[in-house]
Write a new protein. Structure first.
Length: 131
């Protein structure tokens, strides 16, 4: 138990804990956002010759800004979230420019805020409004 609770706070919590369920967020290591800057490479000559290729560096979408092509992961652009985390996105996602684009951390925080708002007011609000 966390925060000094040595026993579950109610019967529902007791049932959940006895089943061994956990609501801790487990990050998928393969797709985890990075606190450290991800390596970027310049576009190759071949890419520059492609008719559909656009240099998306500097494009802002949602809370993200595209920095450059990922040097390690194929067909992904390195983007930086306003919170300081680095994420990988496809060129298609950048071109679509979704308003609610953000890193996983910001998304989880917005979901938590939305859930708390619902608990307090009983009104459903889209979690994107808390970004
Ligand atoms: Zn973020």
């Amino acid at each position: 138990m966390k925060n000094g609770h040595d026993r579950p706070v109610n019967s529902v919590a007791a049932r959940v804990v006895s089943r061994g369920e956990s609501f801790d967020y487990h990050v998928d290591e393969k797709h985890a956002d990075s606190e450290l800057p991800l390596s970027i490479r310049p576009p190759t000559d071949l890419e520059l010759c492609l008719p559909g290729f656009l240099n998306l560096a500097g494009v802002k979408f949602g809370r993200l800004i595209a920095l450059g092509i990922s040097a390690e992961t194929k067909a992904r652009w390195v983007c930086k979230c306003v919170c300081g985390y680095y994420v990988l996105r496809t060129a298609k996602a950048i071109k679509a420019g979704a308003k609610g684009s953000c890193c996983n951390r910001c998304k989880l925080l917005a979901n938590a805020k939305s859930a708390e708002y619902f608990r307090r007011t009983g009104k459903r609000v889209n979690s994107e409004d808390f970004l």
